[in-house]
Every structure is written in C-alpha cells, then in structure tokens.
Design a protein around this ligand. Structure first.
Ligand SMILES: *Cc1c(COP(=O)(O)O)cnc(C)c1O
Length: 376
C-alpha cells in the first residue's frame, strides 16, 4: 500500500489509514461553485448509487460532518413527527440512535440484545405483528462496538413482509460487505467517507428511496440536517446548501477510483477478510481470545478479551504499540473487558503481519507469557 510511511498504521474503525494518493487529492483549492467541483459531486453521488445497485429507485444525499451527523440527518428527515420507530440495538451505535430520537422528541421502542448476540428476526417479526404503529425500523449493519455482523438480510425481509421501512446504519460495512438490495430492501442506508471507502473524514452519505425522500419534506427538526432540502438544492443547482468540505470530497473521489481498481465491494471484502483472518490467527497464537465466534465476526474490527496475566497493562501495551507505529483501539463494551484491533483502511497482509510481530515483541518486553483471559 502506498501510505505515507512516517504515519502510524491505524488499527481503528475510522478515521483510518488512507493512501498517499487519497491525501494528495486534497492539495488544491476549489470554489464550491466551480463547475469541475460540481461535476465531481454529481459523479460521486451517481457512483455510490451504482455501487449500491439502486440507481433506479434511490437517491444519494451527502451530508457534511462525521458519520453520526448523517445518521441523525436521516432519522430527522425520514421519520414523520407522529411516527414510531423500532430501534434494534446490540451496541453503542444502536443506543446512539435512541439519544438522537430523544433529542428530536420522536417516539420509539427498542429491541435489544447483548453486544455479542445478533438480533433474532423472529423477535422482530413478533414486535411488528403486535404493534401496527411502528412505521420505521433502524438497525446497525456491522455493530462496530463488538465488531458483530448483524443478519441484515433476514431482518430486512421480515420488515418488508410487514411493509415497514428499514433504515440501515452501514457505516462500517457499506463498500466492504456485499448487500443485494433485492434481498435486503431498505428505505435508507447510511455510511461515511472514512470507513470502508478509505476516504478522509468529514463527509457522510444517505442512500434513500426516492418516493420516501420526496414525501419527507417538512419532517426535519433541523435546518442543516435536512436531507430533503439538501437533496433539492443539489438537484436544482448541483450545490450543497452550506460550505461543502471540498478537499474531503475530492479525496473521496480519488478513494473511489482506488476502490474500483481493487475490484469494488468484492475486492475490498477480500482484502479485509484476509486481514481479519491473519489477525485472528496471529492473536490466537499468542493466547488471546476474541469476543465473537468466527461466524459472527465481521472482517472490520476484532474485540479481544483482556489477558489475565497481571503483567499485562493495557495502557502500556497501547503506548508500546504506538511507539512501534500501530494505533490500537480501546474497548467500548459493557459485557466484557476488551480492547479492539481494526483490520480496515489502506492496510494489507504485510501491515497485519507487522502489527502481529510488534504485539509479540511488546508482550515479550512486558514479560507477558500469554494473552489468555481469566475465563470467558
Ligand atoms: C463510525 C460509526 C458511526 C459514526 O461515527 P462518527 O464518529 O460520527 O463518524 C456510526 N455507526 C457505526 C456503526 C459506526 O461504526
């Protein structure tokens, strides 16, 4: 990978390591009304619809800000003020959606499973059968909290059967986990520039079914987060309503070129799956135990139980790894004491093997014989 050599390798779920080409695309100034820039925006939106396979039915609306901004914009724009949402939760990002709905004052119910447990489509079926008032369901595709891959297709089919609308937070999956819109119908799917597309942060996208977007005028609780108005402005004049992150968008187009060159979703999925396999094997060789069984593990980020060895102090391990040029990710789980290691970004098998060597050396220097946890 042609990353910038002196930068650390980010074993995190984003922002993550980007290529030199992607960063170099930012070395220019563009006026937001520049026709070349307007064309870039148009192309980027069209390309994302093609990647999703929904050019005929959906619209792609960008939103400035981090991923959370576009999730909040999507909920605020699509949920009607007197509607009711079922929020499917198995981690921090599902919970965050309830915080958004609290702020907006929209009514919702939750269905929650543990962070290492996928939602059961039969439970969702029952919840929808029992409550006609629920018009939208939200779910996180890969719950980055534990790194679990949720059964999005089975859930989407239940929701379609009940003729309700599905909003998918696919922030850490879209672009790297295949998703067939015929099997997984959705009202909206949401993602950002700086995860599986390996762009720089500051930009998110919501791909929304056209009829639902058209009907969403006036729903939004917020001026800047109104995706209906953002869409109308882009359609009318090709421009964002408020200052667009021009360099971020130009870097994103460059990142999309590299995405295509790698073979699109299939190519990216393969590299991440290879990275993840190497990481899992290497961690287990050192005695570490991962939180998730392999059938639940998305090839995005791995949660690792804290070792039992009293000589293992996570902060020291983290700092030593950082000195060696690798940035780990602390845990965020409520069910277990863990740390996390990401395998996405402009990293390949050489980077994963180098990270594992650095971990082996660090454990040795710390006098830790095994990464095994106390008991799980
Ligand atoms: C990263 C992420 C988000 C957005 O986080 P930001 O810090 O706002 O970019 C939302 N949902 C999921 C599942 C994520 O992984």
């Amino acid at each position: 990978m042609t990353k910038t050599e002196q930068d650390p390798r980010l074993l995190t779920p984003g922002p993550l390591t980007t290529t030199a080409r992607t960063k170099e695309a930012m070395l220019h100034d563009w006026g937001s009304r520049d026709q070349k820039f307007i064309n870039i925006n148009k192309r980027v939106r069209e390309r994302l619809l093609e990647i999703a396979g929904v050019s005929d039915t959906h619209e792609c609306v960008p939103m400035q800000g981090s991923g959370t901004f576009v999730v909040e914009a999507t909920l605020g724009t699509l949920l009607s003020r007197d509607g009711k949402t079922l929020v499917v939760i198995n981690g921090a990002y599902g919970t965050r959606m309830t915080h958004m709905l609290d702020k907006m004052g929209r009514s919702y119910v939750t269905y929650e499973t543990a962070e290492n447990e996928p939602p059961n489509p039969d439970d969702i079926d029952k919840l929808l059968t029992d409550d006609d008032a629920i018009d939208f369901v939200t779910i996180v595709h890969c719950e980055t909290t534990a790194g679990i891959l949720n059964p999005i297709e089975a859930v989407a089919q239940v929701i379609a059967k009940h003729k309700r609308n599905l909003i998918i937070d696919s922030m850490s999956a879209f672009g790297a986990i295949p998703l067939d819109p015929a099997q997984t119908p959705y009202a909206a799917i949401v993602f950002s520039a700086n995860k599986c597309f390996e762009g720089v942060p500051g930009l998110g996208f919501s791909i929304i079914r056209r009829d639902i977007l058209e009907g969403a005028a006036g729903n939004a609780h917020s001026l800047s987060l109104d995706l209906h108005d953002q869409w109308k402005a882009l359609e009318a004049g090709g421009q964002y309503r408020f200052t667009p992150p021009v360099q971020v968008i130009c870097a994103f187009e460059q990142a999309l070129d590299q995405f295509d060159a790698e073979g699109g979703v299939a190519g990216r999925n393969k590299r991440y799956a290879d990275n993840c396999r190497i990481l899992l094997d290497g961690l287990r060789e050192m005695g570490f135990k991962t939180l998730l069984s392999d059938n639940l593990q998305a090839p995005i980020i791995v949660s690792v139980h804290m070792p039992a060895d009293p000589k293992f102090i996570f902060k020291d391990f983290y700092d030593a790894m950082e000195k060696k040029g690798f940035v780990l990710y602390p845990g965020k789980l409520t069910i277990a004491d863990t740390f996390r290691v990401g395998c996405i970004g402009a990293l390949d098998e050489n980077d994963m093997n180098a990270a594992l060597s650095a971990m082996r050396q660090t454990l040795k220097d710390m006098g830790v014989k095994s990464g095994a946890p106390a008991r799980v």
